[in-house]
Design a protein around this ligand. Structure first.
Ligand code: PRP
Ligand code: URA
Length: 213
């Protein structure tokens, strides 16, 4: 179904698929889970930054002067959705170390499955930055949609979403709420279960990253 949306990019890469297969397993422990989430984030970041503009500059190699390239605008900002989004920050920063980092705190009410906000702190010039929202799980899409609404209320315009596993329901909700936001997804799963968990998914991403269950 993701093919219906031109601004949804599903990673089709053997390394990403291999690593997602690893974190799905119940037998993968906290430390390996956390490390692998970070590696996957780095790989998705590589694709999600493909559009960044370059400028030509002159440099000197040990051999001669030559033309080279550097990023034109360096105003990037990573916004993890707490808690599980934190697991993707280091992998993103490994590729874009100059980025600022904002935080949005949301948890999903277990009964209604609707997001409850508890924190928002983003750089003051976020309205001029290119924003990369990160959350490993796009389930109903409620959390990410609410986070992006919070960012737009603060003037942010240029927003991308990176997630590792998505349900078709979450992609649909995101597209309805924020059709201007492009989405980079590791893999799209089959469906949500009655408790709003992604099937087959990987369970509760926050608990698995932080070892809280
Ligand atoms: C998880 C996940 C997303 C959300 C996805 O967070 O990290 O933020 O659920 O579900 P949704 O698409 O249906 O909103 P959770 O609410 O478990 O909080 P946590 O990261 O603090 O554990
Ligand atoms: N949040 C998670 O961490 N996992 C899911 O499958 C759904 C929401």
């Amino acid at each position: 179904m993701e093919q219906q949306y031109e601004n949804v990019v599903v990673m089709d890469h053997p390394l990403i698929r291999h690593k997602i297969g690893y974190i799905r397993r119940t037998s993968t422990g906290t430390r390996d889970f956390r490390d692998t989430i970070s590696e996957i984030a780095m790989l998705i970041c590589y694709e999600a930054t493909r559009h960044l503009e370059l400028k030509e500059i002159e440099i000197e190699t040990p051999i001669c002067k030559t033309r080279a390239y550097e990023l034109k605008g360096r105003k990037l900002c990573i916004v993890p959705i707490l808690r599980a989004g934190l697991g993707m920050v280091d992998g993103m920063l490994a590729l874009i170390p100059a980025a600022k980092v904002g935080h949005i705190g949301l948890y999903r009410d277990p009964e209604t499955l609707e997001p409850v906000e508890y924190y928002c702190k983003i750089p003051p010039d976020s309205d001029q930055r290119e924003i990369f929202v990160v959350d490993p799980m796009l389930a109903t899409g409620g959390s990410v949609s609410a986070a992006i609404t919070m960012l737009k209320e603060r003037g942010c315009k240029n927003i991308h979403l990176l997630c590792i596993i998505a349900a078709p329901e979450g992609i649909r909700r995101m597209h309805e709420a924020h059709p201007d936001v492009d989405i980079y997804i590791g893999e799209v799963d089959e469906k949500l279960n009655d408790h709003g968990y992604i099937v087959p998914g990987l369970g509760d991403a926050g608990d698995r990253i932080f070892g809280t269950k």
